[in-house]
Design a binder for this molecule. Structure first.
Ligand SMILES: O=C(O)C(=O)COP(=O)(O)O
Length: 457
C-alpha cells in the first residue's frame, strides 16, 4: 500500500468551499433554500466508453452505467500489448495495481480523458506522461487502509505463533504441539515504516493489543496514542520485534530493506510487507531467513505478480519464487491487503465519483498528477451557461489568449492552477448559443499551448 501522505487533498484550499459549514447545514433543513445545480455533460462525448479492468466493484460499474455510459468490465489485468490494441476507443480506464499505463499505452490512447486507480498506489501509471497528455489520474487514498491494518494485526500473531507451520503439519496428518519459539505479541515492539493512513491506523490497533509502537517517516507526524517517531530507519530496525512497511514505491523506496537493513534488525525479529514488492530486496530476505537471523516474514506483494487468478507463482515470474515458497514460517499471500468486500465497495464508490465529477464537471479535486481545480456549480436556472475545461502547457500568455476567446461572453467564474509543466483552467460563461460552441472551442484550442479543451453543458 502506498503512503497516502504523498497524495493528500487540500480540500480547505479549494475554491469550491464558498458556502460555510453553518450555511450548508442551515440550508439543508429547508430544502427550498438550496439552489439546485445544473447537471452538466460533456458536449462531444455523448457516447462515453469506459474500460474497467481487474474486477473493480460492480458498484462502480453501476454508477457509470446509470449515466448512460458504455462500460466494458473485465476481471483480469491487461498486458501492455493488449492495452495498446484496445485502449484507442475508450474515454476512461479503471485499473487496480496490476495494469501498467505506460507512455506507449498513452500514445495509443487517442480518446482517453481520465484514469482511475481503484486502489491506493499509483506507481503502475506513468503519472508524468499522463499529465503531459492532459489526463488526470485519481485514486482512493484511504478506503482500504483499515483492511490492510487488520491484515497486519493477524500476521503479527500468525508469525509469532508459527500458525501456518502448525496448521500445515496438521493438515498433512502430523501432530506437533510446541511452544519453543512461539511468543505472545503483548509487550513486543512494532516498527512501522511509513505513518500514513495505514501506518497510523495500525498504530492504534497494535497499541490496543499491548504492543509498543515505533514509527519512521520522512516527515514529522504527530504520533497517535503513545506511539513514538524515531529519527532514523536504523533505530527503528534495531529496536523492533516486528517491522512492517507502509510506503509507496518510489525511486527512494525501492530495495529500502536489503542486506544492510536485515543485518540491523534484531535477531529473531519478523518482517511484514504489504506495501509494494520492490520495496524489499527478496533475495536478501531469503538469506536473512535461511541464516535464522529473521524468525519469519509475511509477504503480500512481489516485484512481479500474475495478472489473473489461476496463473502460476513460479520461478519464471520471480527467479527466487520456489526458494521463498519452501522456507518455514513465511506467510505468502496474493496481494490481498486491500481485498475485502468493505474496501472494494468504498473504493468503487469513491473513484467512480471522482471520474464522474471529472468527466461531467471538470473537477480535478483529488487528482494525484494534476493541478486541483473545481468551480462552484452552475445553477439549474442558468440554462445558457457552459463550462470550459482547458488543459494547457504551463507557459506565459495562454490565459490572455483564452480570455480573448471568452471575451464576447460574461465569465461568471474562473479558476486556474498549474502543476509542473501543465496548467488547468475552468471557466463558466453565460448565455452561449448552441451555434457558438464549435467556434468557441476552436478558438480556445487553437493556441500551441492547448492540450485538451472540453465544453460541458
Ligand atoms: O491499494 C493498493 O495500492 C493496493 O496495493 C491494492 O491493490 P489491488 O487493488 O488489490 O490491486
Amino acid at each position: 500500500m502506498s503512503n497516502p501522505n504523498q497524495t493528500t487533498v487540500s480540500a480547505s484550499a479549494s475554491p469550491v468551499t464558498s458556502i460555510s459549514i453553518h450555511d450548508r447545514f442551515r440550508a439543508s433543513k429547508d430544502a427550498s433554500n438550496l439552489r439546485h445545480p445544473k447537471v452538466l455533460h460533456p458536449l462531444e462525448n455523448e457516447g462515453l466508453r469506459l474500460l474497467i479492468l481487474e474486477n473493480i466493484s460492480l458498484d462502480a460499474v453501476a454508477t457509470f452505467r446509470a449515466q448512460g455510459w458504455h462500460v466494458d468490465h473485465y476481471a483480469k489485468a491487461m498486458s501492455e500489448d493488449e492495452l495498446v490494441d484496445k485502449i484507442g476507443t475508450y474515454h476512461a480506464i479503471g485499473i487496480r495495481s496490476k495494469t501498467k499505463i505506460t507512455q506507449r499505452v498513452l500514445n495509443a490512447a487517442a480518446k482517453l480523458l481520465v484514469i482511475g486507480c481503484f486502489c491506493i498506489g499509483t506507481n503502475q501509471v506513468d503519472l508524468k506522461a499522463a499529465a503531459l497528455t492532459g489526463i488526470p489520474v485519481f485514486n482512493s487514498p484511504f478506503s482500504n487502509s483499515r483492511s490492510v491494518a487488520e491484515l497486519v494485526m493477524s500476521e503479527l500473531v500468525v508469525l509469532s505463533r508459527q500458525l501456518f507451520e502448525r496448521s500445515f503439519e496438521l493438515r498433512t496428518g502430523l501432530w506437533n504441539k510446541q511452544s519453543k519459539g512461539c511468543w505472545e505479541i503483548r509487550g513486543k515492539t512494532l516498527g512501522i515504516i511509513g505513518y500514513g493512513h495505514i501506518g497510523a491506523q495500525l498504530s492504534v490497533l497494535a497499541e490496543s493489543f499491548g504492543l509498543r509502537v515505533l514509527f519512521y517517516d520522512v516527515v514529522n507526524i504527530m504520533p497517535l496514542g503513545t506511539a513514538r517517531q524515531v529519527e532514523t530507519l536504523d533505530k527503528l530496525l534495531s529496536e523492533s520485534d516486528f517491522v512492517t512497511l507502509h510506503v509507496p514505491e518510489l525511486e527512494d523506496t525501492i530495495n529500502m530493506i536489503s542486506t544492510e537493513q536485515f543485518a540491523a534488525m534484531k535477531k529473531g525479529s519478523y518482517l511484514i510487507n504489504n506495501a509494494r514488492g520492490r520495496v524489499v530486496d527478496i533475495p536478501a530476505l531469503i538469506v536473512a531467513l535461511q541464516s535464522k537471523h529473521l524468525a519469519g516474514a509475511a509477504i503480500d506483494v512481489f516485484p512481479a505478480e500474475p495478472g489473473a487468478n489461476g496463473a502460476p507463482f513460479d520461478d519464471a515470474l520471480n527467479p527466487w519464487a520456489s526458494v521463498l515458497r519452501a522456507l518455514p514460517n513465511v506467510v505468502l499471500t496474493p496481494h490481498i491487503g486491500g481485498s475485502t468486500e468493505e474496501a472494494q465497495t468504498m473504493i468503487g464508490q469513491e473513484v467512480a465519483q471522482a471520474l464522474s465529477r471529472y468527466l461531467d464537471y471538470g473537477s480535478t479535486i483529488g487528482a494525484v498528477n494534476f493541478p486541483e481545480v473545481d468551480l462552484r456549480a452552475i445553477t439549474a436556472e442558468q440554462t445558457g451557461n457552459i463550462r470550459v475545461c482547458h488543459v494547457h502547457k504551463n507557459q506565459p500568455g495562454v490565459l490572455k489568449l483564452v480570455n480573448e476567446a471568452l471575451s464576447p461572453y460574461n465569465v461568471e467564474k474562473q479558476y486556474s492552477d498549474s502543476k509542473g509543466e501543465i496548467a488547468y483552467l475552468l471557466a463558466d460563461i453565460a448565455d452561449v448559443g448552441a451555434r457558438d460552441l464549435p467556434g468557441l472551442k476552436d478558438r480556445i484550442s487553437s493556441t500551441d499551448a492547448n492540450i485538451i479543451t472540453r465544453l460541458l453543458a
